[in-house]
Design a protein. Structure first.
Length: 733
């Protein structure tokens, strides 16, 4: 990329549009930008960087895009940077403006001009619009990021001098900042971490080998026991240990196979003995079941007579069920008769209580009506008191104004007296000053306006406190103003006194004394209204109580009469139901009601009796059938002594347990050794697979960290090597 022309407007210190034409420097490409501090040298680099990348030459950390606008530019001047440059035989023009505030085109106030960018390919006429689109296009053209551009094209001012004066460590840090070589230090650090991980991985694999080797326990009889003991002391013998362990596992596998065959033979013998014992136990159990069934049947038959009696009782209870309906009707009628008797008694009692309370209620109502007549008088008195509240409030207000007006009158009277005194003194002083004022105007040789003499041997002297006519007139004006104010205040006082007297007369007409207050009147009014309310409420309640008693008495009288009629009907019905009940008892075969009551059973009791009889019959049939079946099954079979068979089974099981213990020990050792063998083989395989990568990482780390090298060439870190390369380029430039 080669700049051709740079145009700045309202950018940094360049308030007006300024153009730098790089084409005048020819094709050399090396030129100097010089000037005083603050002249705008760095701004040219910022403008180049902003035009290409939208950022200052030092990046966002040095200067933000929003601070590009010149503080000296006019309000209507547009801020922008335009760069014409050539690249790969093409000429381009890029124009950018940052975000900044400008006056509104219509109306008052400010608005924000958004950041924008445009790129023209002057050869093809292609135009690219928009900040992001222009950034992408320029990156595709130049192939450099803003950071790479500032590292390869421009060095920020001041950084080179720091390099010359810095110590070695400081220079390294400056080079890192200047050349942005921290990425190489990061590479060195990353390789160091990778090498540490490789070492850790190798140690972990060796640790796994040693742990697995520690689990190996060969038998005394194993031929390679001593070799295994030597090989498991160091992880480097892992391959040899793996071969010995593989042969040990093969031998243990064969031994386990033989032990497994012996266990299977023991299992078969044990199963044969178990089957024989089970068969003998089943026959013996059938004999025991036959004896038990015969015994149970004998005990069951002892209950036969009780079951017969229960069957008879159940039959009587079923006959009694036919009479239950008549009994229920009779019981309901008798209960209704009893209920009606109680209802009649309650109605008579209520009637008596109501008739007893009526005279008292009538007297209470008459007294309450008499007291209620005074409620209107109380309400009238309350309203009269309420009418006096605003009058009393106005009186209090007028009395306060009266006190204030009297104080104002006293103040104005004092002021009027002082104004009178000052006017009298000014008037007297004015007349005394007239001779002195005339004498002050006399001149020798000119006649006196009073006597006409032209000689003035003894002219009058002007008093020290001379009063002019204007001063006297001002005193007279203040004297009259004070008198007028006093007169006006006196008239206002008279008006207030008249209002006070009027309020007192109105209070007197209402019968309210001057010592009362608005609060006391409100309290008295509320008390009178409350008393009137209570009197009226008492009269209303007495009336309601009297009416309620009269209604209760009438209802109770009607209820008593209806109750007596209903009771007679219920008694007649009960007598008829009693006759029908006794007739049905006789028809059902019961001698009397007592026999019927003894025969009755509840539904639950009857169901329980039926279940008991059914269970007895079923159990009797079941036991008989079982006895017959067992006798057929045991035909031709004898009882067996199980003790001898149990002894044989115990001996066989002990022999089997010994074989299982041996097999379990062999399998446990085999599992342990197979697991150890697998672990060692995996570790050896992983170590072999990873050794080349470990070596490569170590070589790279040693090279980047400066651990390798020779005395001739020195031992440089990767970052220092890159910094040295960049610095040589700077020195050459």
């Amino acid at each position: 990329m080669k700049p051709i022309k740079l145009t700045l407007c309202a950018f940094g210190p360049y308030a007006e549009e300024t153009t730098v034409d790089f084409s005048v420097f020819g094709q050399d490409g090396l030129f100097l930008i010089a000037g005083d501090t603050g002249a705008g040298k760095t701004t040219l680099f910022d403008a180049l960087s902003f035009a290409l990348y939208g950022e200052a030459s030092g990046g966002k950390e040095r200067r933000g895009n929003k601070s590009f606008r010149s503080d000296y530019a006019g309000a209507q001047t547009e801020t922008f940077v335009e760069l014409v440059f050539s690249h790969r035989n093409h000429t381009f023009r890029v124009r950018r403006n940052p975000e900044y505030a400008r006056p509104k085109k219509t109306g008052s106030g400010m608005t924000t001009k958004a950041a924008d960018a445009s790129l023209w390919d002057l050869a093809s006429g292609e135009v690219t619009e928009g900040v992001r689109e222009v950034n992408d296009k320029l990156y595709a053209l130049l192939g450099l990021t803003q950071d790479q551009f500032t590292r390869t094209v421009m060095i920020a001012q001041g950084d080179f001098l720091k390099i010359l004066n810095a110590t070695s460590d400081e220079r390294k840090l400056l080079f890192q900042k200047l050349f942005h070589t921290s990425v190489y230090a990061d590479v060195q650090k990353k390789l160091q971490e990778m090498n540490g991980e490789c070492v850790k991985e190798r140690e972990e694999l060796e640790k796994r080998v040693m742990i697995a080797a520690g689990r190996i326990e060969p038998e005394e009889s194993f031929a390679e026991r001593e070799a295994i003991g030597r090989f498991r002391t160091d992880a480097k013998f892992a391959p040899q240990l793996s071969e010995c362990l593989s042969r040990l596992a093969d031998a243990e596998r064969e031994a386990a196979k033989r032990a497994c065959m012996e266990k299977e033979a023991a299992d078969r013998e044990e199963n044969r003995l178990i089957a024989a014992i089970e068969q003998a136990r089943a026959v013996n159990e059938d004999y025991r079941a036959l004896e038990q069934a015969e015994s149970d049947l004998g005990r069951l038959l002892e209950r036969q007579s009780a079951m017969d009696a229960l069957s008879d009782s159940l039959a009587l209870a079923r006959r009694a069920q036919g009479v239950l309906g008549d009994e229920a009707l009779l019981s309901g009628s008798l209960a209704e008769e009893k209920k009606q008797i109680i209802a009649c008694e309650n109605a008579e009692k209520a009637l008596l209580e109501a008739e007893t309370a009526l005279p008292g209620a009538k007297e209470e109502k008459a007294a309450a009506d008499k007291n209620a007549a005074g409620a209107d008088a109380l309400l009238s008195a309350a309203m009269q008191l309420e009418d006096g509240i605003p009058v009393l409030s106005d009186l209090e207000k007028q009395q306060k104004k009266l006190g204030a007006q009297k104080q104002t009158l006293r103040t104005l009277l004092t002021a009027s007296e002082r104004a009178d005194e000052r006017y009298a003194a000014a008037k007297e002083g004015y007349y005394k000053s007239q001779a002195g004022l005339l004498a002050r105007e006399l001149k020798e040789g000119e006649p006196c306006p009073v006597c006409g003499s032209k000689a003035h041997p003894g002219p009058a002297l002007l008093p020290l406190e001379a009063v002019t006519r204007e001063e006297m007139e001002a005193a007279d004006r203040r004297h009259r103003e004070a008198a007028d104010a006093l007169h006006e205040a006196d008239r206002a006082l008279s008006a207030i006194l008249a209002a006070v007297e009027a309020d007192k007369k109105r209070l007197g007409a209402l019968g309210i004394g001057e010592g009362e207050s608005a609060g006391s009147l409100e309290k008295q009014s509320r008390a009178k209204r409350e008393a009137a309310r209570r009197l009226r409420e008492a009269a209303s309640q007495a009336d309601e109580r009297l009416k309620a008693l009269e209604i209760t008495a009438a209802q109770s009288r009607a209820n008593a009469e209806q109750g007596r009629l209903r009771l007679e009907e219920v008694k007649r019905a009960s007598e008829a139901l009693q006759k029908a009940f006794l007739s049905h008892l006789a028809e059902s075969g019961f001698a009397d009601e007592r026999a019927y009551q003894m025969a009755k059973m509840t539904e639950n009791a009857m169901r329980e009796a039926e279940r008991t009889l059914r269970r007895f019959g079923e159990e009797k049939r079941s036991l008989s059938d079982r006895i017959e079946s067992l006798k057929k099954k045991l035909s031709g079979l004898e009882k067996t002594d199980l003790c001898a068979l149990d002894a044989q089974l115990s001996a066989q099981r002990e022999k089997k347990r010994a074989g299982e213990k041996t097999l379990l020990a062999l399998e446990r050792k085999l599992t342990n050794h197979e697991g150890a063998l697998k672990e060692i083989k995996n570790a050896v395989a992983q170590k072999k697979k990873r050794e080349n990568e470990w070596a490569a990482v170590y070589d790279l780390y040693g090279c980047c960290a400066g651990l390798t090298g020779s005395e001739k060439w020195g031992k440089l870190t990767f970052e220092a090597y890159v910094q040295q390369y960049y610095f040589k380029q700077v020195v050459a430039a």
